[in-house]
Design a protein around this ligand. Sequence first.
Ligand SMILES: Cc1cc2nc3c(=O)[nH]c(=O)nc-3n(C[C@H](O)[C@H](O)[C@H](O)COP(=O)(O)O)c2cc1C
Length: 209
Amino acid sequence: MSLIDKLNWRYATKKFDANKKISPQQLAELLAAVQLAPSSAGLQPYRIIIVSDPEVKAKLRDAAKGQQQLTTASHVVVFAAETNLDEAYVKRYIDLIAETRGMDRTLLEAFETNIIHNVNSKTEDVKITWNHKQAYIALGVLLSAAADLNIDACPMEGFEPGKFDEILGLRELGLTTSVIAPIGFRAEDDHLSKAKKVRRPTEELFIHI
Ligand SMILES: Cc1cc2nc3c(=O)[nH]c(=O)nc-3n(C[C@H](O)[C@H](O)[C@H](O)COP(=O)(O)O)c2cc1C
């Protein structure tokens, strides 16, 4: 299948086959793709929680308007933005670059100062919004990678973030829920799996200048 075929194959799955589970290997491959998602300055100001515990999934469903994807999916992937993006966070990131690339850390000081200035110039609200945006890029990578691996997914915003934070203990970790994606395999009777894609016409969506 070509990339376009795969993107046509995927759809926001409304009902998963609860008996079909994603194997550890498939999950590892999917998460490896998500780990490679780009982010502004490479900060990756989010963490990703993978829920497979049925009791936790049931609690999350109750905080997501009872949507059945939460309990029929094999796993629920929760993207959570960092709430404490500060100088210490940036310094740890610069340490990671120096270590990963075997670089002299002093060569990264200008880059570090630049990012710290950028981070400090934002209000807390703007910073958290920025972090949520980065998490959505990771969601986009997950959706495409899942399609490539024949895994179904449903991107979802229809839930109460405060309740998710509470159920998953995210506040203690300096995190808050951005967006979620139940993942698994479509149920045979999910009527939307056969529905035609509805997208804005090419001439309307794209503006060539
Ligand atoms: C950010 C985001 C939030 C969404 N929230 C929900 C949701 O809460 N429940 C749901 O069933 N679908 C949700 N969707 C799925 C969209 O309705 C779906 O992606 C869109 O209609 C396009 O259809 P397709 O993904 O099947 O091609 C969401 C999609 C995105 C990208």
